[in-house]
Design a protein around this ligand. Structure first.
Ligand code: MN
Length: 199
Protein backbone atom coordinates (compact mmCIF):
# COMPACT_ATOMS: atom_id res chain seq x y z
CA UNK A 1 0.00 0.00 0.00
CA UNK A 2 1.23 3.51 -0.72
CA UNK A 3 1.85 5.82 2.23
CA UNK A 4 -1.33 7.64 3.21
CA UNK A 5 -0.42 10.94 1.61
CA UNK A 6 1.58 9.51 -1.30
CA UNK A 7 -0.97 10.88 -3.78
CA UNK A 8 -1.52 14.24 -2.05
CA UNK A 9 0.21 16.19 -4.85
CA UNK A 10 -1.72 14.25 -7.50
CA UNK A 11 -5.05 14.92 -5.78
CA UNK A 12 -4.19 18.56 -5.08
CA UNK A 13 -3.70 19.33 -8.78
CA UNK A 14 -6.97 17.83 -10.00
CA UNK A 15 -10.74 18.23 -9.69
CA UNK A 16 -12.16 14.74 -10.20
CA UNK A 17 -15.56 16.16 -11.09
CA UNK A 18 -13.88 17.70 -14.15
CA UNK A 19 -11.17 15.27 -15.26
CA UNK A 20 -11.67 11.70 -16.52
CA UNK A 21 -8.36 10.67 -14.86
CA UNK A 22 -8.58 8.03 -12.10
CA UNK A 23 -8.71 9.16 -8.48
CA UNK A 24 -6.77 6.08 -7.42
CA UNK A 25 -6.74 3.98 -4.32
CA UNK A 26 -8.81 1.13 -5.72
CA UNK A 27 -6.06 -1.09 -7.03
CA UNK A 28 -3.68 -3.23 -5.06
CA UNK A 29 -0.35 -4.14 -6.64
CA UNK A 30 -0.48 -7.60 -8.23
CA UNK A 31 2.37 -9.67 -9.63
CA UNK A 32 5.64 -7.97 -10.53
CA UNK A 33 6.01 -4.21 -10.82
CA UNK A 34 4.66 -2.58 -13.99
CA UNK A 35 5.77 0.30 -16.12
CA UNK A 36 3.91 2.49 -18.58
CA UNK A 37 4.93 5.12 -21.10
CA UNK A 38 2.17 7.50 -22.10
CA UNK A 39 2.16 10.18 -24.79
CA UNK A 40 0.54 13.36 -23.53
CA UNK A 41 -0.48 16.09 -25.95
CA UNK A 42 -0.68 18.86 -23.35
CA UNK A 43 0.62 22.45 -23.60
CA UNK A 44 3.79 20.77 -24.81
CA UNK A 45 3.74 17.31 -26.41
CA UNK A 46 5.75 14.91 -24.24
CA UNK A 47 6.10 11.35 -23.03
CA UNK A 48 5.36 10.35 -19.42
CA UNK A 49 7.49 7.50 -18.09
CA UNK A 50 6.08 5.74 -15.01
CA UNK A 51 7.42 2.91 -12.84
CA UNK A 52 5.37 1.13 -10.19
CA UNK A 53 7.21 1.53 -6.87
CA UNK A 54 5.66 0.82 -3.45
CA UNK A 55 2.06 1.11 -4.60
CA UNK A 56 2.30 4.26 -6.73
CA UNK A 57 3.57 5.16 -10.19
CA UNK A 58 6.82 7.14 -9.87
CA UNK A 59 6.65 9.52 -12.83
CA UNK A 60 8.91 11.57 -15.11
CA UNK A 61 8.00 13.76 -18.07
CA UNK A 62 10.38 12.87 -20.92
CA UNK A 63 10.10 15.51 -23.67
CA UNK A 64 11.68 13.38 -26.43
CA UNK A 65 10.63 9.97 -25.10
CA UNK A 66 12.83 6.94 -24.43
CA UNK A 67 15.54 5.99 -26.92
CA UNK A 68 16.92 2.54 -27.68
CA UNK A 69 20.34 4.07 -28.37
CA UNK A 70 22.70 4.05 -25.34
CA UNK A 71 24.30 7.26 -26.67
CA UNK A 72 21.05 9.20 -26.28
CA UNK A 73 20.62 10.88 -22.90
CA UNK A 74 16.97 11.79 -22.58
CA UNK A 75 15.98 14.52 -20.14
CA UNK A 76 13.43 13.25 -17.61
CA UNK A 77 11.78 15.73 -15.25
CA UNK A 78 10.06 14.24 -12.18
CA UNK A 79 6.33 14.81 -11.81
CA UNK A 80 4.01 13.87 -8.95
CA UNK A 81 3.38 10.21 -8.05
CA UNK A 82 0.36 8.84 -9.90
CA UNK A 83 -2.07 6.11 -8.78
CA UNK A 84 -1.59 2.59 -10.17
CA UNK A 85 -4.85 2.90 -12.15
CA UNK A 86 -3.23 5.64 -14.22
CA UNK A 87 -1.30 2.95 -16.13
CA UNK A 88 -4.54 2.20 -18.01
CA UNK A 89 -5.57 5.79 -18.57
CA UNK A 90 -6.12 6.82 -22.15
CA UNK A 91 -8.43 9.66 -23.06
CA UNK A 92 -8.90 13.39 -23.13
CA UNK A 93 -8.23 15.58 -20.09
CA UNK A 94 -10.59 18.55 -20.30
CA UNK A 95 -9.07 21.72 -21.73
CA UNK A 96 -8.22 24.17 -18.95
CA UNK A 97 -7.76 21.42 -16.35
CA UNK A 98 -4.31 20.40 -15.07
CA UNK A 99 -2.55 18.58 -17.93
CA UNK A 100 -5.44 19.29 -20.29
CA UNK A 101 -5.01 17.35 -23.57
CA UNK A 102 -5.01 13.83 -25.00
CA UNK A 103 -3.21 10.84 -23.44
CA UNK A 104 -2.42 7.48 -25.05
CA UNK A 105 -0.64 4.46 -23.58
CA UNK A 106 2.37 4.16 -25.89
CA UNK A 107 3.96 1.17 -24.13
CA UNK A 108 3.31 -0.94 -21.07
CA UNK A 109 4.62 -4.07 -19.42
CA UNK A 110 6.58 -5.37 -16.47
CA UNK A 111 9.99 -4.40 -15.21
CA UNK A 112 12.68 -5.90 -13.01
CA UNK A 113 15.13 -3.86 -10.89
CA UNK A 114 18.78 -4.31 -11.87
CA UNK A 115 20.18 -2.41 -8.88
CA UNK A 116 20.68 -4.14 -5.52
CA UNK A 117 18.62 -3.27 -2.46
CA UNK A 118 15.20 -1.62 -2.25
CA UNK A 119 14.31 0.03 -5.55
CA UNK A 120 12.68 3.05 -3.85
CA UNK A 121 15.94 3.70 -2.00
CA UNK A 122 17.95 3.56 -5.21
CA UNK A 123 15.64 6.21 -6.67
CA UNK A 124 15.94 8.34 -3.54
CA UNK A 125 19.70 8.18 -3.96
CA UNK A 126 19.33 9.32 -7.56
CA UNK A 127 20.26 6.28 -9.61
CA UNK A 128 18.35 3.15 -10.57
CA UNK A 129 18.65 0.60 -13.37
CA UNK A 130 15.91 -1.74 -14.48
CA UNK A 131 14.97 -4.19 -17.21
CA UNK A 132 11.83 -3.44 -19.23
CA UNK A 133 9.62 -6.10 -20.77
CA UNK A 134 7.21 -4.00 -22.81
CA UNK A 135 5.42 -4.32 -26.11
CA UNK A 136 7.90 -1.83 -27.60
CA UNK A 137 10.66 -1.23 -25.07
CA UNK A 138 12.99 -4.07 -24.07
CA UNK A 139 16.16 -4.41 -22.08
CA UNK A 140 18.04 -2.36 -19.54
CA UNK A 141 17.53 1.34 -18.87
CA UNK A 142 18.89 3.69 -16.21
CA UNK A 143 17.48 6.77 -14.57
CA UNK A 144 20.05 9.11 -13.03
CA UNK A 145 19.47 12.39 -11.21
CA UNK A 146 21.79 15.07 -12.54
CA UNK A 147 20.43 18.19 -10.83
CA UNK A 148 18.45 19.13 -7.75
CA UNK A 149 17.41 16.87 -4.95
CA UNK A 150 15.64 16.63 -1.63
CA UNK A 151 16.40 20.30 -0.85
CA UNK A 152 13.58 21.28 -3.16
CA UNK A 153 15.56 22.35 -6.22
CA UNK A 154 13.93 21.49 -9.50
CA UNK A 155 15.26 18.05 -10.34
CA UNK A 156 16.57 16.89 -13.67
CA UNK A 157 17.19 13.23 -14.47
CA UNK A 158 18.47 11.39 -17.53
CA UNK A 159 16.83 8.28 -18.96
CA UNK A 160 19.44 6.24 -20.85
CA UNK A 161 19.35 2.85 -22.58
CA UNK A 162 21.95 0.44 -21.22
CA UNK A 163 24.27 -1.31 -23.65
CA UNK A 164 22.78 -4.77 -24.13
CA UNK A 165 21.41 -6.90 -26.93
CA UNK A 166 18.25 -4.76 -27.10
CA UNK A 167 20.19 -1.55 -27.77
CA UNK A 168 19.67 -0.09 -31.24
CA UNK A 169 20.67 3.10 -33.02
CA UNK A 170 18.22 5.69 -34.30
CA UNK A 171 15.35 4.61 -32.18
CA UNK A 172 13.02 7.51 -31.87
CA UNK A 173 9.29 7.75 -32.05
CA UNK A 174 7.14 10.31 -33.77
CA UNK A 175 4.55 10.89 -31.05
CA UNK A 176 1.93 12.08 -33.52
CA UNK A 177 2.13 8.88 -35.60
CA UNK A 178 2.65 6.47 -32.70
CA UNK A 179 -0.11 4.01 -31.87
CA UNK A 180 -1.29 3.02 -28.43
CA UNK A 181 -0.13 -0.36 -27.14
CA UNK A 182 -3.53 -0.47 -25.45
CA UNK A 183 -6.06 0.42 -28.13
CA UNK A 184 -4.02 0.73 -31.33
CA UNK A 185 -5.20 4.33 -31.66
CA UNK A 186 -3.18 7.49 -32.36
CA UNK A 187 -3.48 10.69 -30.32
CA UNK A 188 -5.67 12.17 -33.02
CA UNK A 189 -8.01 9.15 -33.02
CA UNK A 190 -8.36 9.16 -29.23
CA UNK A 191 -9.03 12.91 -29.32
CA UNK A 192 -11.76 12.26 -31.90
CA UNK A 193 -13.35 9.59 -29.70
CA UNK A 194 -12.59 6.65 -32.02
CA UNK A 195 -13.34 3.10 -30.88
CA UNK A 196 -10.30 0.93 -30.07
CA UNK A 197 -8.95 -0.99 -33.06
CA UNK A 198 -7.83 -3.69 -30.63
CA UNK A 199 -9.95 -5.13 -27.85
MN1 MN B 1 2.21 14.53 -18.82
Amino acid sequence: MPAKDALADYHGKRDFARTPEPEGGAREPDGGPRFVVQIHDASTLHFDFRLEVDGVLKSWAVPKGPSGDPHDRRLAVPTEDHPLEYADFEGVITAGEYGGGTVIVWDEGGYRPLTDGPFAEALEHGHASFWLNGAKLHGGYSLTRTRGGPDGNREAWLLVKRADRHACAHHSTDPRRARSAHSGLTLRQVAAGSEPVRP
